[in-house]
Design a protein around this ligand. Sequence first.
Ligand SMILES: O=C(O)CCC(=O)C(=O)O
Ligand SMILES: [Fe+2]
Length: 315
Amino acid sequence: MSVEQQVRSLLSNGDQKGAVLLAEEAAIKNDTWACFCLAEWKIAGQGMPRDIDAAFELYRRAASLGHLPSNLRLARLYATGTGTKNSFERAHEIVSSFAPQDKFSAAEIALLSGELEADLSPDVIRATGPNITKFSGFLSIAECEWIRSLAAGLVQPSFVEDPQTGERIPHPIRTSHGMSFGPLQENLPVNRINRRIAKWSETDYSWGEPLHVLRYLPGQQYRPHFDALPAVTNQRIKTAIVFLNDDFKGGETTFPELDLKLRMKSGDMLLFDNVGSDGRRLDLSKHAGLPVIAGEKWIATRWIREEPYHPWIRD
Ligand SMILES: O=C(O)CCC(=O)C(=O)O
Ligand SMILES: [Fe+2]
């Protein structure tokens, strides 16, 4: 029996401890599947505390022995700076080298090579706080499609957790469905988009929260709100919203305090500040997504913090 079969059989008999021990023993002997499996448990914090550095090391070891899934994971960790310094180049190198044998990697590379970095000319919608700027054609139509098609199978209703019962209750202000491209989902095209957002928002890639995709069906909306969070040390200083389609009715983005009602085209990005230069929340940054009347509205939002932010490392 292979290590994999033995580990699976221990797990199906409810012997988690035995499975972990066996995987650890096999990983020491450089069994690539065991390294990968342990890394998966460690990165998810499944059955053991989350240990990003240990997971990185295990993926790296199996990757150096040619293990495909470990290489693909490693590429994401390099891309997003998880357990290591972030490096698009290293991620790109790994994904390129596996493109001939892995369809998804090939699709990632094809999307990158098909597009030049756009030459953008920002349109200033409001030149004082919250400094609203529109970037037409920020994403290519292929990039919009890429995000949408990956997110389509993963969107979940927006919920908040009841702090007392832990029960999931509908979100009071957001009726849309959403998903995030977390560190393990952030493929190269998404990583490059996040880096483009950093460049044009004059922030650092590492300050961004995972790209969050929202889908609104007719009647769904995002009621007036602030993206700045109450009482945090690492504030959401800016918001970048990319519009992934435009074939819907209603759903305009509004700034009620400014009497602004904005309608974007596919691929456009809207960028604005949530706080002033004194770090205090800008009351004029209050915004909303009006109810969609017909069709589906798809957007991707990146909330940008004032310092490096990683969803798995809490401050
Ligand atoms: O749907 C919109 O137009 C607004 C979205 C929004 O406010 C956000 O993602 O923070
Ligand atoms: Fe918002």
